[in-house]
Design a protein around this ligand. Structure first.
Ligand code: ATP
Ligand code: MG
Length: 430
């Protein structure tokens, strides 16, 4: 992608409502634009990141044999009345009336819809277990939308739902999904913690939250310094202090803040009983299905990644979800043919090698090029300019480790030699 065609618009201004660094940097880099409270447009740069996150999740869901579907965002009230949540859910539920005075809501989650699908489609234990998932827009009329896309009103979620003959089968799938979640967050490169959690609105027996460790996280996480014990502080009976004896008797309590990016639940039969979702089991007996549900905040992950990895210059993307892997900062591109020709060939070669490259072909000061590439957080950069014309070499920079290497072109200025290209690819791929 050429910068002049990329639609990237960075800005030095941060809005007053941007309290935390990820919100500021998402606005400054032009990833998202605010439309109204809790409503954001994903601009080309931001959408690239969002798609990468989606794809990592999609890959892991498919690997877990979950089936992708896409349910409507708007849901009829009848199903919510059946489950009993129409009255329970409260003002976070955006209720809509259509032209025929029929009541609907904009889905904050999809248990009712999927249970309705399952009760119509599944009638025998032979069809189970089955896991459905979707990556879809949710709406929650949050009392205090804040931190940009982190706590938005409209946001992208991956929600999955599993159906089972019995608790034992649910436990197996729950474990598989637990591992799939860990794979997602490992692939992204997060420092995260899994904690025991509160079941909240949805109800059920067991539940785990996945938290990205970050000082600005809204949740407080309590964990042991010497065992697997980890719990959301919400569930703690008294305000915990660092160094307290751990409730499981294992050692001392440690406290960190976290951003919840994933949440998995064992729902049991809450929905299948309320909505009569039954099957015939092996003994030909009519029983209610046992359910699990599994959510990931896709758009929240983008903000959490920035919250965990940034510096005074801007974002530092992990390679896994970076919008571009490398940028060519071409100083004098519009004025110097040697620079332009070499840059164009390098750009082409990198693209041929399936490297996502952003070529800064703008006629602006080198300082502005550098500061934009650091703000946007592209993991690697090469600088083609004066040093290239004078000495036939150029710098390769690593954003995260602030490390510079020199690539030598040995009197060649036509196009990248095999050796130079190999050095770049080696530095990128580690
Ligand atoms: P929270 O405690 O943060 O409100 P939740 O328990 O309401 O989250 P779930 O209902 O489990 O969240 O939704 C699944 C995932 O969707 C969450 O783990 C989170 O990552 C994401 N999510 C929830 N609410 C929002 C929001 N308002 N904006 C962006 N992402 C959200
Ligand atoms: Mg919530």
């Amino acid at each position: 992608m050429r910068y002049t065609k990329s639609g990237i618009t960075t800005t030095k201004n941060t809005p007053k409502d941007a309290e935390i660094i990820s919100h500021k940097l998402m606005i400054r880099s032009g990833m998202v634009k605010k439309l109204a409270s809790g409503l954001y447009t994903w601009m080309p740069l931001g959408l690239k990141v969002l798609k990468k996150i989606e794809n990592i999740i999609r890959e892991e869901m498919n690997r877990a044999d979950a089936l992708e579907i896409l349910m409507p965002a708007v849901q009829p009230s009848e199903l919510w009345k059946e489950s009993g949540r129409w009255d329970k859910y409260g003002p976070e539920l955006l209720r809509i009336t259509d032209r025929h005075e029929r009541e609907f809501c904009f889905g904050p989650t999809h248990e009712e819809i999927i249970t309705d699908i399952a009760r119509k489609d599944i009638n025998s234990y032979k069809q189970l277990p089955i896991i459905y998932y979707q990556i879809q827009t949710k709406f929650r009329d949050e009392i205090r939308p804040r931190f940009g896309v982190m706590r938005a009103r409209e946001f992208l979620m991956k929600d999955a739902y599993s159906f089972h003959e019995n608790e034992e089968c649910l436990n197996k799938t729950y474990k598989i999904m637990f591992e799939a979640y860990k794979n997602c967050f490992n692939k992204i490169g997060f420092e995260y913690k899994v904690v025991n959690a509160d079941n909240g609105q949805i109800g059920g027996s067991e539940s785990h939250e996945f938290h990205v460790i970050a000082d600005n996280g809204e949740d407080e996480l309590i964990f042991s310094d010497s065992s697997d014990y980890a719990i959301n502080a919400e569930l703690f009976t008294r305000p915990p202090k660092e160094g307290d004896a751990c409730p499981d008797g294992s050692g001392k309590v440690k406290i960190k803040r976290g951003i919840e990016v994933g949440h998995i639940f064992k729902l049991g039969k809450n929905y299948s009983e309320a909505m009569n979702a039954s099957i015939s089991n092996k003994e030909n007996k009519n029983i209610k299905m046992t359910m699990g549900c599994y959510g990931i905040g896709v758009s929240r992950i983008a903000a959490a990644a920035i919250e965990q990895s940034n510096d005074e210059k801007g974002i530092i993307w992990p390679k896994s979800i970076a919008p571009y892997l490398i940028t060519i900062i071409s100083i004098g591109y519009t004025k110097n043919d040697i620079v332009k020709n070499y840059t164009d060939s390098l750009y082409e070669e990198l693209e041929n090698n399936n490297i996502e490259v952003l070529l800064d072909d703008r006629d602006i000061s080198p300082g502005n090029m550098f500061s934009d590439s650091e703000l946007i957080g592209i993991p690697y950069s090469v600088i083609i300019g004066k040093q290239f014309i004078e000495n036939n070499n150029f710098e390769f920079k690593d954003r995260k480790f602030d490390k510079t290497s020199t690539i030598n072109e040995n009197n060649n200025t036509e196009k990248p030699t095999k050796e130079a290209l190999k050095s770049i690819l080696k530095l990128i791929n580690g």
